[in-house]
Ligand binder design. Structure first.
Ligand code: ADP
Ligand code: ZN
Length: 606
């Protein structure tokens, strides 16, 4: 939810206040026009409380008391005297009766009061418009009179995406499941003849950048139907009903251009569980959600519209959305494994000139944890590196530079480390690397650098294995490698630096999960103590008694200290290797695992 949304209460107070002002101005302050004789009679009967004269326009304003003396209030009336003499005559009679009088502002003729009312309304509309523009800033010149305009219009309706399944790699199962949608869109008749249930909504679930949008486009491309796309957040607007009406127009548009795919990205923006949100935009979202549910339910089979929605948080979605007949099909779009990454890289290097020696397998191994969007970025960066160096083709080294840049940020060439800092960094990284080399279950070392990049002064990279579950030993090895940097600093310089902060963060994170969630500590037992989150998704502590919490925390702390001691001892025993490695780093700044193994006379792997 956007934070600049005014809370509902403020919104309604604003509207009410301005309406009240305008009404008051128009109805209350405007004197009633009466014939002048009415005022004259009222003066004679003594029912006028006060009078005001406006000699230039000859207007008389009178406040007439009600005939019942006990009731409060009265009526403000105005009339025009026939001539200045007439006005004088009235004043004299009033004086004789002892009625208060004075001069009046120019009378408020009807048009003047209309004018001010129009002014009020324009100011009000202006404010409304201003807020609406700020809210819908993304969409440009959307005015107040077309709030309900379908955002999908901006996505070139009728356009058939050129993407096909061949453009999506590394998620074969997702593609397999989506083929059914393609079949339905191509041959709805066949589909219904056999009595299959018609797919209405498909939910693509996966991390950002895994290719959900791409998949939806590919479905449209494969079936050669149109593609309408919108983002969930576009349906959550400040004004109740706007989002709902946008959804309505989105589906109207869809019906016009069917067969088509309607793609709603980030559906969680509207599809969050109802009654959970606090503050503004809440009932608005409910409206939008109800409208969406209504549209989905209203589909009849021959509409030939399939709605594909994407989210990375299926757990927060309202159950009503994932009920049968709505988004009842969930297709999981995974973070790619090594084979998937290689396939994605192959898709993206199609139009890139590669040197014959380039092995994408290595790049794939080098990019564990990256999703399709990152890999596309890597290819792009590699091409840029090669271009800058005026190469005729992209080489392997360009890829490894690109991977470093995408993971760690650009090299900070301008950053000059002092000799001492450089030495500290060299030992720190050598510590990580040596522990990785000497620990049985650690991930294999890949490369070490002491060239500052992004936030880091140096970096030791290991190749993670592409397995789906991790053993206790592997996790402990991770913690050992993480604390290796600090252990080396302490061992060699007898001091410690702030540089190990993120290492300890990592180590603590891994250890905590081992103790709290994976049941990998004898003392803490097997019960899962997961971190809870509150209303807003902020962590709100662990679900356990105070005593248990203390036990768990102590367990993490003890383990970390124990491991740190072990690692320091290990490095002490291999001090010669540590010195050699640090010296190598100081000399070369970036070294590969092979060079390290050669220098330390360790057997090469494989
Ligand atoms: P999401 O919608 O899941 O956030 P996108 O579909 O917008 O991800 O992906 C962004 C870009 O990353 C795509 O346009 C595509 O170029 C690339 N990409 C992502 N996943 C893949 C994939 N599986 N295969 C090929 N390219 C991909
Ligand atoms: Zn470190």
């Amino acid at each position: 939810m956007k934070s600049n949304r005014l809370p509902n209460l403020v919104r309604w107070l604003l509207i009410l206040g301005i309406t009240f002002l305008a009404l008051q101005h128009f109805l209350m302050r405007q004197p009633l026009n009466v014939p002048i004789s009415v005022i004259e009679q009222s003066i004679a009967s003594g029912s006028v409380e006060r009078l005001r004269f406006h000699p230039e326009s000859l207007y008389v304003e009178a406040f007439i008391k009600p005939s019942d003396k006990n009731s409060k209030g009265g009526t403000l009336v105005q009339a025009r005297a026939v001539s200045p003499q007439h006005l004088d005559e009235i004043r004299r009679r009033a004086e004789a009766k002892g009625i208060m009088y004075g001069t009046a502002n120019p009378p408020n003729p009807f048009w003047a009061s209309m004018f001010s009312m129009v002014l009020y309304i324009s100011i009000f509309c202006g404010i409304w418009y201003f807020i609406a523009m700020r809210q819908g800033g993304k969409s440009g010149g959307r005015g107040m009179f077309n709030f309900g305009d379908s955002p999908a219009k901006r996505f070139q309706p009728g356009l058939r995406p050129k993407k096909t399944f061949a453009d999506v790699a590394g998620c074969d199962e997702a593609k397999e499941e989506l083929k059914e949608i393609v079949d339905f869109l191509q041959n709805p008749g066949d589909f219904m003849r056999l009595g299959s249930r018609i797919p209405k909504g498909v939910l693509l679930v996966g991390d950002p950048g895994t290719g959900k949008t791409l998949l939806a486009q590919a479905v449209a491309g494969e079936a050669s139907v149109s593609f309408l796309s919108a983002n969930g957040s576009e349906f959550v607007e400040m004004f109740v009903g706007v989002g709902a009406s946008r959804i309505r127009s989105l589906f109207e548009e869809a019906k016009k251009i069917a067969p088509c795919i309607v793609f709603i990205d980030e559906i969680d923006a509207i599809g969050k569980k109802r009654g959970v949100a606090v503050g503004g935009g809440h009932d608005e979202r409910e409206h939008a959600l109800n409208q969406l549910l209504g549209e989905l339910d209203g589909f009849v089979g021959n509409n030939k519209i399939v709605v594909i929605a994407a989210t990375n948080r299926v757990d927060v979605l309202d159950e009503a959305l994932i009920r049968p007949g709505r988004f009842d099909r969930q297709v999981y779009v995974p973070v790619p494994d090594v084979a998937g990454r290689k396939a994605i890289l192959e898709v993206h290097v199609k139009n890139v000139k590669l040197a014959p020696a380039v092995d994408l397998e290595i790049v794939a191994k080098d990019t564990a944890g990256m999703v399709g969007a990152d890999l596309q970025n890597v290819v792009n960066e590699a091409t840029l590196f090669a271009t800058r160096k005026k190469k005729s083709a992209v080489e392997q080294s360009d890829f490894s530079e690109a991977v470093d840049k995408v993971t760690m940020g650009a090299e900070r060439k301008s950053m000059r480390l002092s000799e001492k800092e450089k030495k500290l960094t060299a030992y720190h990284e050598a510590g990580h690397a040596l522990v990785a080399l000497l620990t049985k279950d650690a991930n294999p070392l890949h490369k070490i650098t002491i060239i500052p990049r992004g936030q880091a002064l140096g970096y030791t990279k290991q190749l993670p294995p592409d397995n789906h579950c991790t053993t206790k030993e592997e996790l402990f090895a991770r913690v050992k490698v993480a604390v290796g940097g600090r252990a080396a600093e302490e061992l060699v310089f007898n001091t410690v630096t702030t540089g190990a902060y993120s290492d300890f963060l990592n180590a603590t994170f891994v250890l905590r999960r081992m103790v709290y969630e994976f049941g990998m500590s004898e003392n803490a037992g097997l019960v899962v103590h997961k971190e809870k989150t509150d209303f807003f998704g902020h962590p709100s502590g662990v679900d356990a008694s105070q005593k248990t919490k203390e036990l768990l925390e102590k367990e993490v702390n003890d383990k970390l200290n124990e491991i740190y001691k072990q690692v320091k001892k290990l490095l002490e025993e291999h001090r010669v290797k540590l010195d050699l490695l640090a010296a190598l780093l100081l000399e070369k700044e970036t070294v590969t695992a092979d060079e390290v193994r050669k220098t330390l006379s360790l057997p090469a792997i494989q």
